[in-house]
Design a protein around this ligand. Structure first.
Ligand SMILES: [Zn+2]
Length: 236
């Protein structure tokens, strides 16, 4: 067996895995004060301002389907932009820290607006256990962690459960997909979960079908109130 040669490069590679030394947005070296993203990329992300304005696009989207108390898609989503790339890295390239980082930055502004000041419990949109095992983490839970740390609101991942694997969903016909989304989630709760205000967290809102399904499930808990947070709103 070859002896393991511990070189300076080896240490750098290991450290980079936990704390990337270059910006995940643009690749420039990070300063000691920057974490994962450089200041230029952070500025370019841009807010939608929805956390300061209601009704907004998100509250209106659900208004006729299943009304929510508060709603916010925080960042502007531009095709080919930094956020799209970051969300791709978060979901498919093993960078859970991006979710925590973006969630906590958003939460710092939201805290000032008091939008989510009466939220009791944060619930990330769950992944099916099979998908969770494959990815290693739930990206929505990472975003929720960032929110939770700054807003000091607990996360619960036991109440809302994904019921079955829908890997081939994108290949199916649109109508078929609609019916599928009706039974994607179920809730498990006890009396301690009654009369709470829940914040459902997702990465990107597209049609809203997944969130609608989650909102409806949470609303089956007696006297539950529901609000929604997503990192971004993708145009369809
Ligand atoms: Zn950058």
């Amino acid at each position: 067996m070859k002896p393991l040669v511990v070189t300076r490069q080896f240490f750098k590679d290991i450290t980079d895995l936990a704390y990337p030394s270059s910006c995940l947005g643009c690749g420039t070296p990070l300063t000691d004060n920057e974490k994962s993203l450089c200041i230029n990329c952070l500025v370019k992300l841009g807010e939608t301002g929805m956390h300061k304005t209601e009704p907004n696009e998100i509250t209106e989207l659900f208004f006729n389907k299943t009304p929510i108390i508060h709603g916010c898609a925080y960042y502007k989503y531009i095709k080919g932009g930094i956020l799209q790339r970051l969300i791709h890295d978060l979901k498919y390239r093993g960078h859970p820290e991006i979710g925590i980082l973006l969630g906590s930055i958003a939460a710092q502004s939201i805290k000032k607006s008091e939008l989510f000041s009466d939220i009791d419990i944060i619930i990330p949109v769950p992944l099916h256990p099979k998908k969770l095992k494959k990815r290693g983490y739930n990206q929505s839970e990472k975003i929720a962690e960032g929110l939770s740390q700054v807003l000091d609101i607990p996360i619960n991942t036991d109440i809302l459960i994904k019921t079955y694997y829908n890997e081939t969903q994108t290949k199916k016909h649109r109508i078929q997909r609609f019916f599928n989304s009706q039974n994607l989630f179920c809730v498990k709760y006890s009396t301690e979960h009654h009369s709470k205000h829940y914040l459902i967290v997702d990465d990107v809102l597209t049609t809203g079908a997944t969130l609608e399904s989650c909102i409806n499930e949470i609303k089956t808990i007696p006297d539950a109130k529901v609000s929604v947070f997503t990192l971004a709103r993708a145009m369809v």
